[in-house]
Structures are given as C-alpha cells and as structure tokens.
Design a protein around this ligand. Structure first.
Ligand code: F3S
Length: 397
C-alpha cells in the first residue's frame, strides 16, 4: 500500500515507539485487506477495556503504548469491568478493581477520554454523515455506519488504539462506497416496537443472514424507530448476523444511495418474530437478576425506569447500566434518587456482560437480545427477554 511521507515517517519511528508500532499494525492490516492507502479518521472508539478480557498480557501491551503514545483524535472507551465509583456495592472483588483501574489509567495516560461506554454517540463522540472513523464495539460500529452514515470497519482493540495514536486507518471495507451496497432485501411484515421488539427483529434477520452468508440487509416495512430502538437493533443484528451496516427505508440515510440488490429477498413475518423471541427465553428459568442498558441506557430509558419505580421497591438485584455522563444527567434530573430509593442500582461505566459476574446469578431478565446471547455465553446464566415494563415488574416480584 502507498504511504504518504508523513505516514512513512511514522512507520520509520520518527514519531516515537508507540506511533511506529501503531503504523506497523495499520499497514499490516492494509496489506492484508489490499487497501491502496490510509485515510484520516476524526473519531475513535476503543473496545477491550475490561481487565477480565485483557488480562496481564493486554495490560502490558497498553502500558508499553502509553510510554510515549498520545491520541491524535477524539477517542473514547468501551465499558470497563466495573462501575469506577460504585464497584464495592455491586459486589466486585478488590483485586479485580485494582487491575481495572491500572487499565483505565494506561488509557488515560494516552489522552483517551475514559468514558467507558458502548454508546459514544449518546455522549459526545458523534461523527457526522460520511466521516471516516475507526470504531471498535460491534453495536456502536453498526449504529455509526447505518444510522449516522459514518464510515468504519469493525475494528479490534489494538487497531482502534493504533488509529487513535496516528489519526489514520487503512482505506478498505466500509470506507469504500462500493462495499456499502445492500446485498439482500428484507421485507418486514409486522409492527415492531420497543427495545426488546427491535432486538428480537435483529436476531430474526441476523439468523437468516448468517444462513445466506450475507451481511448488509436493505430493510423495508419499518414505519418508525427511536434512537433506543435502533441501538438495540444494531446490537442484536451485529451479534446474531455479524452485521456492521444495514439500510432501513425511511430511517437510515443511505437506503436510496445504491442500486437495490437483484434476486435475494426474504420476509420476516409475525411467526418469525415469535420464534426468535421464544429462543430468547430459557426453560426452567428463575430470575434472580434484572438488567436494563445493553447497549448502555439513554437518559430517556432511565426516565422511563424512574417513572415505573417511583414510590416502589425492587426485591431482586436490578442493575441499570449506563455511561457516567448519562448517570450525571439522571442525578440532576432526580431520576437516580427515585431509582436508588427503590433499591435498584446504577452500574455506570460497565454492563451486565463485561462485569465479572460469571456464575453469580442463575437467571437474568433483560430487554436486550444481545445481552441474552452474552448472558448465556459469558455469564453462564439462563436468560429471558421482555419489555422494559416487564423487566421492572420482574425486579419487583
Ligand atoms: Fe454495551 Fe455491554 Fe451490551 S458493551 S452493547 S452493554 S454487552
């Protein structure tokens, strides 16, 4: 691939060790994917923040990069393994907390904003249509590409960090218009609503896409979708279908931007949705944990939870996972007090999947299809999906 003189200097180590290592990562990726050149990025989102996933080897890599690495563009962080202020109340082990803080400190040393959120687009890391970015975190990548119309591949932790330290990414994949065309037409013949409903739809479509070996659907039949419904859909279709980009008629900006795919069409009917929903409810489940906020909750979702919990008490462990800036808004609006007075807990900076709670709960109820997948796979818990109202009611039983 062709590097500019500035990029060649980076590769030659003229800008320090971390930049050299970063450019090595990016140019190797570029060679593998046959990129002709690099492109400047204006925003980065880094995943792989939980110490539970990184371990000592990951921390060592970060510490090495932090010796002389400094970010060149706005860079935010995915959820960590714990609430940085409230980890004791959430039952997080002290040894884990110490290591998690070491990880976050290494990121902070590089100038990364330690937001610990998978919804950077809700808290100020918001690219606009057509901008090139380098994001990790599959749900946020899908949201940025599809709903915003920014351009990003599905980065891993090291490649996203490399882009943050250089301001570059190899121009291949979703950075090129020719790779953003819809590949299969999907007709939805049902009314979809709620974060759970859009999560179920994401699973129904994602499962079909996997069987077809396609991953960019052109979806029709959705009359409206809120930001919260879209974030749930993005998380789900990315999880079940490996999708990093979809187009939705009347909802996303590039639906009419490319020729329609010829040939491939499938329909999603009410029966498909019922089947997908039934697959997100385990038999013999006894709920002892309820969590809302996958992807992390917006201020509207928190307002809704507060209105449902006002003057009531929960009887089960109930986490609301969100970004800390959103939690601060909830504090100011008085929602946090209502929620905490009811006995529910905020888990800011983290989520029910990246927190080290494997084996701690037997049955988890959520409004998110993605959380069902990882609740089973990572937490080894039985799972059940429901609406936000049903989740809150379950927590009070
Ligand atoms: Fe975010 Fe955790 Fe779900 S990172 S998308 S809340 S699994």
């Amino acid at each position: 691939m062709k590097l500019t003189p500035e990029e060649q200097d980076m590769l030659d180590g003229k800008n320090g060790k971390a930049v050299r290592k970063s450019m090595e990562i990016l140019s190797t990726l570029g060679e593998i994917f046959e990129a002709e050149r690099m492109v400047d990025v204006c925003s980065v989102q880094i995943a792989g923040v939980s110490y539970a996933n990184l371990g000592e080897a990951g921390l060592e890599f970060l510490s090495e990069m932090a010796e002389d690495g400094k970010v060149k563009v706005l860079t935010t962080l995915n959820p960590a393994g714990m609430d940085r202020e409230n980890w004791r109340a959430l039952g997080i082990d002290e040894g884990f907390a110490k290591n998690q803080i070491r990880v976050i400190d290494a990121f902070a040393k590089m100038g990364i904003i330690t937001t610990c959120s998978c919804t950077p687009y809700l808290i100020g890391n918001v690219p606009h249509f057509g901008q090139h970015i380098a994001w990790a975190e599959s749900s946020a990548v899908c949201y940025a590409n599809s709903v915003i119309g920014a351009r990003t591949n599905r980065e891993g932790g090291p490649s996203a960090l490399a882009s943050a330290l250089t301001g570059k990414t190899p121009k291949y994949g979703y950075h090129l218009n020719e790779n953003r065309h819809g590949q299969v037409l999907v007709k939805v013949n049902a009314h979809i609503k709620g974060t759970d409903g859009f999560g179920v739809l994401g699973k129904a479509i994602g499962d079909r896409l996997i069987k077809l070996g396609k991953n960019i659907p052109l979806i029709t039949g959705i009359s409206s979708a809120s930001v919260e419904e879209l974030k749930s859909f993005c998380a789900s279709i990315a999880t079940y279908g490996g999708t990093a980009l979809f187009h939705m008629e009347g909802i996303t900006p590039e639906f009419y931007g490319y020729p329609k795919p010829s040939g491939e069409v499938f329909e999603i009917n009410q029966e498909d949705l019922e089947k997908a929903r039934s697959e997100l409810v385990d038999s013999g489940l006894e709920v002892d944990f309820v969590s809302i906020g996958c992807p992390q909750a917006s201020i509207s979702e928190i307002e809704k939870i507060a209105s449902l919990l006002k003057g009531k008490k929960v009887k089960k462990e109930f986490w609301i996972t969100t970004a800390r800036p959103i939690k601060r808004m909830a504090d100011e609006a008085g929602y946090s007090k209502i929620i905490e007075d009811a006995g529910a807990k905020f888990a800011a900076d983290t989520c029910c999947v990246v927190a080290p709670i494997k084996g701690r709960f037997k049955g988890m109820m959520v409004d998110s299809a993605k959380a069902c997948y990882y609740g089973r796979a990572s937490n080894k818990s039985k799972v059940k999906i429901g609406t936000i109202v049903e989740c809150v009611e379950e927590a009070m039983k």
